[in-house]
Design a binder for this molecule. Structure first.
Ligand code: ZN
Ligand code: ZN
Length: 330
């Protein structure tokens, strides 16, 4: 029997630690995947901090790229050796009212990769084939990893923001650096907001086509049609509302956020809306990968070895990353 290596999170507040386990066996609808790259997402930090419900001990990681090593008998369409991507949405029930209405992202009995089932901070992972994606050839494994959550859930957030031309992005990390390119390709104007004094982040945003980049404490030169918030900071919600025009939307794209401070009703009035984005559907994935191909999106990544997972998480926590961190287990 073979073995696998993984960085395991035993519980909230603990550092990840290397474990060796027997190689898992793929169930009838599952793929056994050799992981070549796994993106590091802010959600992984929320798991470490115990801010979202998870099944501990857990192997985090839900932006997985790898190759199929073995598969169950009900995995039509996949072949041994094929490159696949494994996203956050790991499984849905298929029968709840949300699943039946095409809102599987809101499923009552979901499983989430690297949260309720083991993820990709590991040499191997088992995934439900029905939720895996083939990936565009244009990207290397490392380049493709951030597409699987930062890109994909960012894409869902962008669609919920409507088709307004002037778009604000709060927090210019892994998701925003992809979405800025998607929105620019759609001929929108993108306004990037970073932490005050983050000159490097603002320069990075301009490099990727943003027409303006500045501190989240300042107002952009024009009113925005919509704003997407990727930073987990509740105070950004009223800040974004104040720079969005009447009828505009503020979309909160993260899974967890600090409390939203009270604000005057006048800032919401005028049919402005605040909404959140939860998870993804498989249709989001299909449409996103098509857009990514057409728009010539590129991703900017920093690589870490599997043993360096804690270092990658720390760098993300401290905002000391350009683009997305990616763990390479081999
Ligand atoms: Zn369901
Ligand atoms: Zn994520």
């Amino acid at each position: 029997m073979g073995q696998m290596r993984a960085m395991q999170l035993d519980g909230p507040g603990k550092p990840l630690r290397m474990v060796i386990r027997p190689l898992p066996v793929a169930g009838s609808a599952e793929l056994l995947i050799e992981v070549t790259a796994c993106g590091v997402c802010r959600t992984d930090l929320h798991l470490v901090d115990g801010e979202i419900p998870a099944h501990y001990p857990i192997i985090p990681g839900h932006e997985i790229v790898g190759h199929v090593l073995a598969m169950g008998e009900r995995t039509a369409g996949f072949t041994i050796g094929q490159r696949v991507g494994v996203p956050w949405l790991g499984h849905t029930c298929g029968i709840c009212s949300f699943c039946r209405k095409g809102q599987e992202n809101l499923c009552d009995q979901p499983e989430f990769t690297g949260c309720t089932r083991d993820g990709g901070y590991a040499s191997h992972v088992v995934a439900d084939a029905r939720y895996c994606f083939p990936l565009p050839d244009r990207f290397t494994d490392v380049e493709a990893a951030p597409l699987l959550c930062a890109g994909l859930i960012g894409w869902r957030a962008l669609r919920l923001a409507g088709d307004g031309r002037r778009l604000g992005l709060y927090g210019f990390g892994a998701a925003a650096h992809i979405l800025a390119q998607v929105a620019t390709a759609q001929e929108r104007e993108v306004y990037a907001f970073t932490r005050a004094g983050d000159e490097d982040g603002q320069a990075f945003a301009r490099l990727l086509g943003c027409v303006w980049a500045g501190s989240s404490e300042t107002a952009p030169p024009v009113m925005l049609d919509a704003a997407l918030i990727f930073a987990p900071i509740g105070a950004l919600v009223p800040a974004a509302l104040r720079v969005v025009r009447k009828g505009g939307r503020v979309v909160c794209a993260g899974i967890h956020m600090s409390d939203i401070p009270a604000f005057p009703y006048a800032d919401l009035w005028g049919e402005r809306a605040i909404l959140s984005v939860a998870n993804l559907t498989r249709e989001d994935g299909a449409s996103f990968f098509e857009v990514v191909e057409k728009a010539g999106i590129r991703t900017v990544t920093e690589r870490f070895a599997l043993e360096q997972a804690n270092e990658a998480l720390l760098r993300l926590r401290e905002g000391r990353l350009t683009g997305a961190a990616v763990i390479c287990p081999c």
